[in-house]
Design a protein around this ligand. Sequence first.
Ligand SMILES: Nc1ncnc2c1ncn2[C@@H]1O[C@H](COP(=O)(O)OP(=O)(O)OP(=O)(O)O)[C@@H](O)[C@H]1O
Length: 520
Amino acid sequence: MGLGSTPPIDVPDGYRVGPWRVTGPIGSGSWGSVYAAEHRADGTRAAVKFLRTDLLTPGQRGGMEELVAREVRFSLEADHPNLVRTHAAHTVRDPDRPKLDGLTALVMDRAEHNLHELLTAEPGGPLLSAERILEGVAAGLAHLHGRGWVHGDLKPANVLLAYDGSVWLADFGLTAELDGTHAYVPPLGTLDHVPPEWWSERTGAQGTKVRPSADVWAFGVVAHQVLSGGLHPFPGSTARARALAAQAYARGGAPLRLDESVPQAWRELIAACLRPDHGSRSRMDSGQLALRVRELADTGGHPRRRARGRRGRRSRQTAVLLAAAATVLAAATGSGLLPLTGDTGNSPPTDGRSQAPPVSAQNLADRADVPRTLRPHITNTAMRCADEAVTPALIAAILKAESGFDVDAHRVRRGKDGIEVPEHGVAMWTPEVFRDWAKDGDGDGRTDYMNPPDAISTMGSYLCYLARTFREHGMTADIQSLMAAAYRTSGKVVRAEGGVPERTREHVGRVRTYLAAYAE
Ligand SMILES: Nc1ncnc2c1ncn2[C@@H]1O[C@H](COP(=O)(O)OP(=O)(O)OP(=O)(O)O)[C@@H](O)[C@H]1O
């Protein structure tokens, strides 16, 4: 269970949390680190999840504190055989260990594996207990929805499997309570499991809108993965490609093709969960879903074992959108840093000639030093452009080279003809140019180049335009360098010069270095 990863929160063996004693690390996620523990009196096994909000900037801390508060609240209130049981939430008070002092510790029942690990460990065929696992997941979901909650982050890594075969949904950091038909959560999620409409919902001040139908979609994806030995229902070798394929399907541009190794009755159920839009999907009540899953689990429709890799690559379930919290925590604790980390200015490139990876491999790596708060805007922006060259890693690389992710950046640049050009904000917009392209990235009804969601989404729309015009002019070789150069000068200048202008070479070299470092 992720034992190999170095937990960003270092808790020594034997450490005491209330009546519990830590016995060793289990793994780390976006919001904290989980340790095995046992009760000091009777040796009862437990898992303790340490959640932190320290070492973040004040701006980031607010968002993180909200996630921790959600996780604590829903964990303590969750009460169902298919939801992980949380015994207590402690606040660690330990002035002698400043790194632990003030952390929140959730003490839970301890599982043996998570479903992601099981899918990875048993490639190529359905899990022996596949139907029982799905039955537990569906029952847990039905209970959550019945209470008026949305889980918000259903994926194999958040399904825990216990020694006695119990199945528990876990990780309530994105769980939300419905207010009418929907709830709002921070714009986080996992590329492979968010529904198509997630990409077009505007993120307002309250967060992104979620509805129970988003969990139903995620259940459809998980069911397909579990019953096919790990295959995602949408084709693509990266999470981004699969998300784009899901969107193409939702727009009616591609049929749903479920793997034939999944029995017909299950395929029908999965297809119902994967109906393309929220409206048609919401006809499926999760109580009915749970009953149907139980029926299928009881009456068979047993999946046939299949040869590995028949339909291409296995899915990767690790691409966490704005799991950037992990990056922030990793950066804060000094683990998993890029050589570029810690620098909020434009550091000189380590190698201006870095080769950019293929665009299909340009998701934003968890290890990249991109601020957690900016990640969802970067990824959403990239997803909204149909041109494959506009990738999350490219947007992040240009932002890094332009402002070093400084949302308050200001500078005056001297243009080619000696005129001073003021530039502001994380995307270094010149106010007059911004006015022509302005997009309202956070849906607050205003456009402001100092507001990162607006600045980034405007940048995406401009890059998308640049990509289109370069292609129209047959300028497709190293189009991302052309875009980086044009963002510094203009599309017109780059087209007129027939390539990257000499005076932007160094800047473009920096962008390429960051791009190579950020892509996964
Ligand atoms: N109650 C538990 N018993 C045993 N292992 C657990 C328990 N809760 C979490 N874990 C494991 O601890 C590790 C970290 O879990 P955590 O919930 O922090 O992150 P995650 O779900 O893997 O990732 P993310 O939060 O980024 O989605 C995972 O391997 C998870 O399976």
